[in-house]
Design a protein around this ligand. Structure first.
Ligand code: HEM
Length: 271
């Protein structure tokens, strides 16, 4: 399930978003240009060899490490694709540097793929654990909007972020001093019983209060709307075909305190 559906679909969508006008890319293939080391990490995550094609329904993604000439060409010649826009953007008047471009690009690819793939797989586990909600959603596709948000709340694919306090303050009676490191555990905040009625329940009609699975404030998720769109489309189409799909074997989870990742999950598509 993870290799054949979740990883492929999440990757191909982000690949499409950043698809470059790379002249060496084979026709019909969405190419991601990334550095060698990152390509290796992605290849490992997808259980495929570096440079290999990852087959996703109707699309394919290649990992193509750029040559230094290609990098230089991007910086020399603006194009109309997202990579060119990123490369030629200015931040507070300052031109983009190669280092900053790479950092931003890697953030975009990692943030836009780990999260969506694990919200799809986590969503599938959650729907199977709450079959009445799964049935309700399958029979009422107009609930896909609220269900997408509820999946992100319940799954909380990003587990935590850390911040450093810039001033002394107090949160619920706990003193925080400037310089203290504070961890926000999203899955805990998204189950705050002072905020959510029946926080452990999964309710595809829940819209209020808003969850914080996409973060809060200045660094609120750049891809939140894209992620919700992916979840709506995926589960809309999936439940039409497989309304009773459920995990049917051991689930292998990622050893991480940052991403609620699933590495392997056999799924029985038809009851
Ligand atoms: C269900 C899917 C997703 C979840 C749960 C999620 C979660 C988050 C969270 C919690 C943050 C806040 C980080 C912080 O406060 O430091 C964040 C930031 C970010 N996300 Fe997402 N995300 C998802 C999908 C996506 C997608 C699809 C993209 C790209 C297309 C994306 C790109 C980003 C970027 C670039 C940031 C950094 C924003 C900044 O620092 O200003 N995310 N995301």
């Amino acid at each position: 399930m993870i290799r054949s559906i979740c990883a492929g679909s999440a990757l191909s969508i982000i690949a499409f978003a950043v698809s470059s006008k790379n002249p060496s890319k084979p026709p019909g293939v969405q190419a991601i240009i990334i550095f060698e080391s990152i390509a290796a990490v992605f290849a490992q995550q997808c259980g495929t060899s570096r440079g290999a094609k990852i087959v996703a329904p109707g699309t394919s993604v290649y990992f193509v490490p750029p040559t230094s000439n290609q990098m230089t060409a991007y910086f020399a010649r603006p194009g109309s694709d997202l990579i060119s826009m990123l490369v030629h953007s200015r931040i507070e008047g300052e031109a983009m540097t190669k280092e900053r471009y790479l950092g931003t690009f890697i953030l975009l690819i990692a943030a836009g793929n780990e999260t969506t793939r694990n919200s799809i797989s986590g969503g599938l586990i959650t729907l199977a654990a709450f079959p009445d909600q799964r049935k309700k959603l399958a029979e009422n596709p107009e609930l896909l909007d609220s269900a997408a948000g509820e999946i992100v709340r319940h799954v909380s694919p990003i587990l935590h972020m850390r911040r450093t306090a810039v001033a002394d303050t107090e949160i619920r009676g706990k003193k925080i001093r400037a310089g203290d490191k504070i961890i926000l555990w999203y899955s805990s905040a998204n189950r705050d019983e002072d905020v959510f009625a029946e926080p452990f329940a999964f309710d595809v009609t829940r819209t209020e209060p808003p969850h914080i699975g996409f973060g809060i404030g200045q660094h609120y998720c750049l891809g939140a709307r894209l992620a919700e769109l992916q979840l709506r489309i995926f589960f809309g189409e999936f439940l039409k075909r497989f309304p009773n799909a459920e995990p049917c074997g051991p689930i292998r989870r990622m050893r991480s305190n940052f991403v609620a990742g699933i590495k392997e999950m056999p799924v029985r598509l038809r009851a």
